[in-house]
Design a binder for this molecule. Structure first.
Ligand SMILES: *[C@@H]1O[C@H](CO)[C@@H](O)[C@H](O)[C@H]1NC(C)=O
Ligand SMILES: *[C@@H]1O[C@H](CO)[C@@H](O)[C@H](O)[C@H]1NC(C)=O
Ligand SMILES: *[C@@H]1O[C@H](CO)[C@@H](O)[C@H](O)[C@H]1NC(C)=O
Length: 393
């Protein structure tokens, strides 16, 4: 009996760690990751933006994905913000829960599958806006891509915007956040807040609550760096009235129109439009294939988008860099370092959204080490340069 009881206790304990229901996850908090000082955000090389956390390794937008990204050297952790039925802001990319959670296994929710119009198209699934926070916390995340590690499926919860912020703030160095106002038209249609508040208001309120404020590179910003991103220009213009935090205007594929203003790619990347939007945003976040269009999986000549953005003092943060062969254009002979070298040195971007923060960080530590030439990677780089210059000589 005693053995049974203690076995039962150990199993509950293990499960609790697994599911995080003790409020303390079993993985290390960023403050325990061993950074020696509260180092500031680096500003001397392009930003390493951990797209949905280190989602190349862990299920996207979960606490472990963000912890891992911080450990691997992310400058910013990136997330998509949506809202629950009861108005809680959540980190989740899709408006449906089908592709990155185990909702299909939850019989109690079978009747909630439905069809809504999203960006002009009918979509069927379990929509996040139909579930309360309490219900969402019973779900477990899973890896989106079949070719990535499946061992963490079923282990981690979806997290709230506030939990996401806590992870960044718990790091023992300055780690910025890069949240997206996701599908604002859809969210405002389905979720209602008191006092006529909109999704955008709740989004900014959350940032302000945690001390995120101030213009790019201001004292406040350097303490708690944030970039606010959206594909919806009206949301960015709207919030520019209430926060001076820097904003990034996301730009989709050439065939996709803006959700809110129904503008074409040609329109929003015109000189005229860049002159307008530069009053509200500090940069653009284009899909990388629109900057350098590929043909037959080879990159062709770069467009002048980066030059025209830089001429207006707009930063350029393209998305998304992924290590796997199926995402790498043939020019890079299956080497993600070659891709980073091209985008950083030939194209001259100011930040990169990557699924593999560790790879980008190691590339940057090799090419432009953070702690100068005496760091381990700095010395290796020096040796490599000596070897290559003696070869040339
Ligand atoms: C979505 O489905 C509804 C109901 O069948 C239909 O009335 C509407 O036209 C559809 N919308 C689109 C964009 O296909
Ligand atoms: C910004 O605030 C001003 C003053 O309250 C208001 O007149 C204007 O419509 C607002 N702009 C946007 C885009 O909401
Ligand atoms: C967007 O504009 C195109 C071209 O004028 C039009 O065909 C389409 O119906 C518009 N979409 C919406 C949602 O208004």
């Amino acid at each position: 009996m005693r053995n049974m009881a203690s076995l039962w206790f150990v199993s509950v304990l293990l499960n609790s760690f697994f599911w995080g229901s003790f409020g303390r996850p079993f993985y290390p908090l960023p403050s325990q990751l061993g950074y020696k000082d509260h180092a500031p955000l680096q500003l001397f090389r392009p930003f390493n933006i951990a797209h949905r956390g280190s989602n190349g390794e862990f299920p996207e937008e979960t606490a472990p994905a963000y912890m891992r990204a911080i450990k691997e050297g992310a400058d910013f952790i990136e997330t998509d913000i949506l809202a629950t039925k009861d108005g809680v802001l959540m980190c989740h990319h899709d408006v449906v829960l089908d592709y990155t959670t185990d909702i299909a296994n939850h019989k109690e929710f079978a009747g909630r599958r439905t069809t809504y119009e999203v960006q002009g198209q009918n979509m069927t699934g379990w929509f996040i806006v139909d579930f309360t926070l309490e219900e969402l916390k019973t779900l477990r995340a899973k890896q989106r891509y079949s070719f990535r590690d499946q061992q963490y499926n079923g282990k981690f919860q979806i997290i709230t915007f506030e939990e996401f912020i806590s992870i960044a703030l718990a790091a023992n160095r300055v780690v910025g956040i890069y949240p997206e106002i996701k599908n604002p038209i859809f969210v405002n249609r389905h979720v209602k807040w008191s006092n006529g508040k909109k999704f955008e208001d709740k989004f900014v309120e959350t940032l302000v609550k945690y001390g995120y404020k101030g213009a790019y590179k201001s004292k406040d910003w350097l303490k708690k760096p944030v970039f606010i991103q959206s594909f919806a220009p009206t949301s960015l213009v709207y919030i520019s009235n209430v926060t001076d935090s820097p904003k990034i205007f996301l730009i989709d594929d050439v065939t996709v129109r803006t959700d809110d203003t129904n503008q074409t790619y040609e329109d929003i990347t015109s000189d005229h439009y860049l002159d307008y939007i530069k009053e509200y945003v500090i940069g653009i976040g284009p899909w990388k294939d629109t900057v350098v269009p590929p043909v037959n999986n080879y990159l062709t000549t770069a467009t002048d988008l980066v030059a025209r953005a830089h001429a207006r003092n707009l930063q350029v943060h393209p998305y998304t860099y992924r290590n796997e062969n199926q995402f790498l254009h043939f020019n890079f002979h299956q080497d993600p370092y070659d891709e980073y070298d091209y985008w950083i040195n030939a194209i001259g971007v100011d930040g990169l959204f990557t699924d593999f923060t560790g790879s980008l960080h190691q590339y940057q530590e090799w090419a432009t080490p953070a702690y100068g030439k005496n760091s381990a990677s700095g010395i290796l780089h020096k040796i490599a340069s000596l070897i290559s210059s003696s070869k040339q000589g």
